[in-house]
Design a protein around this ligand. Structure first.
Ligand code: NAD
Ligand code: TDX
Length: 339
């Protein structure tokens, strides 16, 4: 059994990853999460009674507290998901992005190195590479050209992880994945937002011309990819993970409307996101060649499964949509959406 400390395990991808580890039953999991607006322990209700699971509420920006937790629990491996993750929020205010994504990552690296952690897995994103034109794919050697405060802060954290390896010989690996979707995704990201709005008969706010392209991957495939890199990745290396499923936003939105049995009149074109990256697409051939990992779910299969999940878990997303989230929704879309 490996003692794995997962940061951000109450969020979307982190909770899917924790569930996967506990269902497999090979490791002990300590979930460290500050429970921001995006962190919800309900996501782990099915597995929280497992004897191999424990939770600690802590903020990765708090160096003293983080050091004490590492000294007490002595994790062997860290898998670092915790982050401010939504691009639109970073456009409105980048402060928390710099504090959590950059400063928080350095706090974790320091505590992990000082307490003898043997491997640090940093979960990054394809957005660090910037934007593509109509052709080509991001490889691990593509230049880092982030365009949003979110992606710039993720790039900052990637570079600090890289520096910990090169300067201190600390064992780190970095994964860079494309857009995730699936159960427990906070309904501010494209797919769950559009599903929830379609189910409620609300307008579906499409930014710009709707022709921006994302490479979609089901969260379970991403979690498998992170785990293969945790077990088999080489120290100091970066591994791209992608879904081989490029879709224009409008294709995604139309697919959701079809599943919901609703018409295109619900689509509303709204002012574009400032600095909106046009296209992301990932070349994941390195991880495929070295470890045989590849995504297993087609986008159409995954979207339908995800749609059903949101239909069956309406109480979950209605609860998370209340309160603080509503304030953000009004700030981001208030002036953009008519009626
Ligand atoms: P999320 O916003 O759903 O979850 C983030 C989690 O981190 C939450 O549980 C939150 O409470 C926690 N957190 C935030 N600030 C914290 C702090 N200061 N201290 C401790 N915990 C804190 O995010 P997600 O979509 O699950 O993304 C997880 C990771 O994967 C992020 O690092 C993100 O950059 C990366 N990633 C996401 C995607 C995607 O499509 N969602 C794609 C590639 C990479
Ligand atoms: O209301 C919307 N309307 C719209 O047209 C929203 C929320 C999004 N969009 C567009 C913007 C993007 O082109 O949909 C696309 C996807 O948007 P998001 O779901 O916000 O994802 P993205 O900006 O691509 O970033 C995501 O993928 C990389 C995650 O949020 C990041 O955490 C991850 O690193």
């Amino acid at each position: 059994m490996t003692r794995i400390l997962v940061t951000g395990g109450a969020g979307f991808i982190g909770s899917n990853y924790v569930r996967m580890l506990l269902e497999r039953g090979e490791d002990e999991v300590l979930n460290l999460d500050a429970l921001t607006y995006a962190g919800n322990l309900e996501n782990l209700a099915e597995v929280e009674d497992s004897p191999a699971y424990s939770f600690v509420k802590a903020d990765i920006r708090d160096a003293e507290r983080i050091q004490a937790i590492f000294e007490q629990h002595r994790p062997e491996v860290v898998v670092h998901f915790a982050a401010e993750s939504h691009v639109d929020r970073s456009v409105l205010d980048a402060t928390e992005f710099v504090q959590t994504n950059v400063v928080g990552t350095q706090v974790l690296l320091d505590a992990a190195r000082r307490t003898g952690v043997t491997r640090f897995v940093h979960v990054s994103t394809d957005e660090v590479y910037g934007s593509l034109g109509d052709t080509g794919l991001f490889t691990e050697d593509s230049p880092l050209q982030p365009n949003s405060p979110y992606s710039a802060s993720k790039t900052g954290s990637d570079l600090l992880v890289r520096a910990a390896y090169h300067t201190h010989g600390f064992d780190t690996v970095i994964t860079r994945c494309s857009n995730n979707y699936g159960p427990y995704q906070f309904p501010e990201k494209l797919i769950p937002l559009m599903i929830a709005n379609a189910l409620e008969g609300k307008k579906l706010p499409v930014y710009g011309d709707g022709k921006n392209v994302r490479d979609w991957i089901h969260v379970r495939d991403h979690c498998e990819g992170v785990d293969v890199v945790r077990r088999r990745g080489q120290a100091g290396e970066v591994y791209n993970l992608g879904g081989n499923s490029e879709r224009q936003n409008l294709q995604v939105v139309r697919g959701i409307l079809e599943l919901a049995g609703k018409g295109e009149e619900l689509i509303e074109y709204v002012t574009d996101r400032p600095g909106h990256d046009r296209r992301y697409a990932i070349d994941a051939s390195k991880v495929q060649a070295e470890f045989g990992w590849e995504p297993t779910m087609t986008f159409e299969q995954g979207l339908e499964e995800t749609f059903r999940w949101y239909v069956d878990h309406r109480d979950w997303w209605e609860r998370v949509r209340s309160g603080a989230y509503q304030d953000y929704y009004a700030r981001n879309y208030g002036a953009r959406l008519g009626g």
